[in-house]
Write a new protein. Structure first.
Length: 449
């Protein structure tokens, strides 16, 4: 046989030792040694078809799928390697390895039929997963099991915005929320724009828990409350005989702290009295209301008003003559016994009772029997404050044709119910008139001193 010639042959020994020859004509190839029959190779068997194991993030598949795995003539155990996202467990559903982590089933020799469970792990992120489970052992051919395409859905989570509020002009508080469970939140809530008093919707904004969560967000209202603000009328003073004009457009007032450039320019001020020239000396209430301003929205403020005081001085010097002049009387109409308004009340009576001499007056005096006491006759009338140079009072007589008018037995009281700041007071004078006595007549007598 030429050198370098490749020869293929098979030896079928009839024994396990000795010399063996391959003959080719006159040439021979001698083979010597001990022959062994070849060993059975290792093998792995994986039987089964896997089902879908879709789940929700945070929860492992509730119904794992499975296949049957065995091996023979193994040099070591079988390594079971799942694809990403899946986890496997041998023989039971209580000891799954971490997602994507291989397990080793059995050891060298034989691995009997064992159920391998497969599921998606609780911490597998949202997405769709598939791939092959590779079962391997040294010297054996790999056994491959294909997983069914399975999905991890976002975990539903409820988030409710907290009801919050602030006062007009204040800074916003942090917008907070309450979640149904702990999650890796990021971002922040937002509210509808606006700074005026009112309600503004709190919305989800950029708040997120990541792609593994689906937020169900409940909106609420954010309230901007009115700011409490005081408006106080300034105290004023005037002399008797002067006129004070009030009403809308008044600037004699002060306010509490306002927001930014907000400013009240004017208010309406009304007085309980004292503004007219002949209003008597004393104190009167000044009440502010109806604030106005170009940079002012009344709806942003909860306003409380503080009254001021109007002080009228010098009223004691208003004599009848001064009063008549102040009322515009002149000539014969300015006389004490004149009656320019033809209401049967002479000027002197009008002055004494604080009436208007050019405006007819009615029912300013009342007279009759006292209720519950038919033996008592009374007269009720008014007397102006601040008059000087006159005297007045009720007198009685038994005859209208006699000049014997007197004050004996007359009892005079001041009636309640007339505000103290009024320009007059109300008096009632009474006298006893028993059935056995002659009839008595009452009249109001006013005289200049």
């Amino acid at each position: 046989m030429p050198a370098g010639q490749i020869v293929k042959f098979r030896i079928n020994p009839s024994g396990t030792s000795g010399n063996w020859y391959i003959l080719n004509g006159t040439n021979a190839l001698q083979v010597s040694g001990t022959l062994f029959a070849p060993a059975t190779p290792p093998s792995i068997s994986a039987i089964g078809s896997l089902s879908t194991v879709s789940t929700v993030y945070g929860t492992a598949s509730t119904n794992p799928t499975s296949f049957t795995l065995s091996g023979a003539n193994l040099a070591e155990g079988i390594t079971v390697a799942p694809p990403a996202g899946f986890q496997v467990s041998a023989g039971n559903t209580n000891s799954f390895a971490a997602a994507g982590t291989p397990i080793i089933l059995g050891s060298a020799g034989t691995v009997s039929n064992t159920t391998v469970f497969v599921r998606l792990a609780a911490d597998t992120g949202v997405g769709t997963y598939s791939g092959n489970i590779v079962c391997s052992s040294v010297g054996a051919s790999n056994a491959v099991i294909a997983t069914a395409s399975s999905a991890v859905s976002p975990r539903p989570i409820s988030v409710t915005a907290d009801s919050l509020r602030k006062t007009y002009g204040a800074s916003d508080p942090e917008l907070t929320y309450t979640a149904s469970e702990v999650a890796p939140f990021s971002g922040s809530l937002v509210r509808d724009a606006g700074e005026a008093s009112g309600s503004y919707r709190i919305r989800q904004g950029s708040l997120s828990a990541g792609s593994n969560y689906a937020i169900s967000f409940a909106e609420v209202d954010f309230a901007i409350m009115k700011k409490r603000l005081s408006v106080t009328a300034d105290n004023r003073a005037k002399a008797f005989g002067q006129t004070l004009t009030l009403g809308a457009g008044q600037t004699a007032f002060s306010t509490g702290e306002m927001v930014g450039t907000d400013k009240i320019d004017t208010v309406t001020i009304t007085a309980s009295g004292g503004t007219e020239a002949n209003d008597p000396a004393g104190t009167y209430v000044l009440t502010p209301s109806a604030p106005m301003g170009q940079n002012f929205a009344i709806g942003n403020y909860d306003i409380y008003y503080t009254p001021g005081t109007l002080t009228v001085t010098g009223g004691e010097s208003a004599s009848f003559g001064d009063w008549a002049a102040q009322k515009g009387l002149s000539g014969a109409n300015a006389a004490a016994d004149a009656d320019p308004d033809n209401d049967s009340l002479a000027n002197l009576l009008e002055y004494y009772m604080g009436l208007e001499p050019l405006t007819p007056d009615k029912n300013v005096v009342s007279m009759g029997w006292n209720p519950g006491n038919p033996s008592s006759l009374s007269m009720t009338y008014r007397r102006a404050k601040g008059t000087i140079g006159v005297t007045g009072g009720v007198v009685w007589n038994s005859s209208l044709h006699s000049n014997n008018w007197n004050t004996s037995g007359i009892v005079t009281t001041t009636n309640n119910g007339i505000p103290p700041e009024s320009s007059y007071e109300e008096l009632t004078s009474s006298v006893t008139n028993a059935p056995s006595e002659a009839a008595k007549f009452l009249r109001l007598r006013v005289q200049q001193q």
